[in-house]
Design a protein around this ligand. Structure first.
Ligand code: SAH
Ligand code: SF4
Length: 353
């Protein structure tokens, strides 16, 4: 049996050539693309304005959906967390976060994660494989179908390190943002990274309006080393320089993600240094209370989070806190995939990065 290609990996020229070889008129391309990107079709049978013959030829050569829902947990504010199964049986997580003004989808970019940060469930088993661009796009379309309308924002903060799967991520984001396809404004996309310097530089060179979030978690190299293993960790100086370049090249403000870990990175000194970095980079700080995955690292008390926040503000750090969203579902990405039986955790990805 030959494996069929995913049609979203073939749109544009390759599909144009395929249509020509099958004796089809050029305008069929536009029709197919509309079904894929505006109606989020998962089956060629849905493409009613194509002939039965063309639909079955397409079906012979391509697939048009790469994710199926295995589980959907609903949380406060109608936050939804999906466990999606891929064609090879691997699973990933996708989250919908709703607010009055936005419907944000948090997408995964890898099955597992090679970075293996000490506090993160996604990295626990290491990397299984990269997602294809179609698998990234299909997560967004799965949510659109589920809620019956187009979502407004995408945050790349799910399972995996996006900048270690940059080629497929860029292809996916280009399709999502292209006005001929899904037509999402580039400014409505946020990419979160643990600090992969070559990836940040590549993105800076592209000068897209995508927003960058840096998972900082520590203001000193020796402390950061306790959370992020050496293999994919760059020096803070390099990471912050790359972020400054990104800010400069794109004009977009960078966000600093900071997971507060009790007794480890929540001292007054940490707050002072974090505020200083945020001033230097002209960056906003997103505080997240750790969602513990083991006994080794603990979540600070709400009072400690408030105290840290006040200390940041005292030093002119611009800070927002993410505490409660989706507290009742398996929030921190990677947790649902790893512990499908537990039912408590909170969502770490944000609709307002
Ligand atoms: N790999 C990328 C994007 C996915 S992680 C990155 O690291 O940025 C998205 C965010 O969730 C990161 O800021 C990450 O540090 C944070 N995170 C991961 N596990 C967490 C946990 N257990 N509690 C709180 N935040 C967590
Ligand atoms: Fe990977 Fe991000 Fe989790 Fe670190 S925090 S293991 S980079 S997904």
């Amino acid at each position: 049996m030959t494996t069929r290609l995913h049609i979203k990996d073939q749109v544009g020229e390759p599909l144009e050539r395929w249509l020509e070889a099958h004796g089809q008129k050029a305008f069929r391309l536009k029709q197919i693309e509309q079904w894929l990107y505006q109606h989020w079709a998962t089956d060629f049978a849905e493409m009613r304005n194509l002939s039965t013959e063309l639909r079955s030829e397409l079906e012979n050569d391509f697939t048009c959906n790469s994710v199926t829902q295995t589980e959907c947990l609903k949380g406060a504010g109608d936050t939804r967390k999906y466990l999606l199964t891929l064609e090879d049986g691997e699973t990933i997580e996708t989250v919908l976060i709703r607010s009055a003004r936005r419907e944000t989808v948090c997408v995964s970019t890898q099955v597992g994660c090679p970075v293996q940060c000490a506090f993160c469930a996604s990295g626990r088993g290491g990397l299984v494989r990269n997602l294809t661009s179609a698998e990234i796009v299909d997560q967004v379309f799965h949510v659109c179908r589920d809620i019956g309308r187009k979502i407004t924002n995408v945050v790349v903060m799910g399972i995996g390190e996006p900048l270690l799967n940059l080629t497929n991520l860029i292809k996916a984001l280009e399709q999502l943002c292209d006005s001929r396809y899904f037509g999402l404004g580039a400014r409505r996309v946020t990419i979160s990274t643990s600090g992969i310097v070559p990836g940040i530089q590549k993105l800076a060179d592209m000068r897209q309006q995508w927003k960058l979030a840096l998972s900082l978690h520590a203001t000193r190299d020796e402390l950061r080393a306790q959370f992020i293993p050496r293999r994919y960790r760059y020096s803070l100086e390099q990471v912050l320089d790359a972020c400054a370049d990104y800010r400069e090249a794109t004009g977009r403000m960078v966000t600093l993600e900071y997971a507060l870990i009790a007794g480890r990175n929540d001292s007054r000194r940490d707050a002072t240094e974090l505020a200083e970095i945020s001033r230097r980079l002209d960056a906003k700080i997103n505080l997240i209370a750790l969602n513990p995955i083991s006994d080794a690292l603990a979540r600070p008390t709400d009072d400690d989070v408030k105290r840290f926040c006040r200390q940041l503000e005292d030093h002119n750090g611009r800070v927002t806190v993410r505490l409660s969203r989706g507290e009742d579902i398996q929030g921190a990405c990677g947790q649902l995939r790893h512990h499908r039986k537990r039912k408590e955790a909170d969502v770490r990805c944000s609709s307002e990065p």
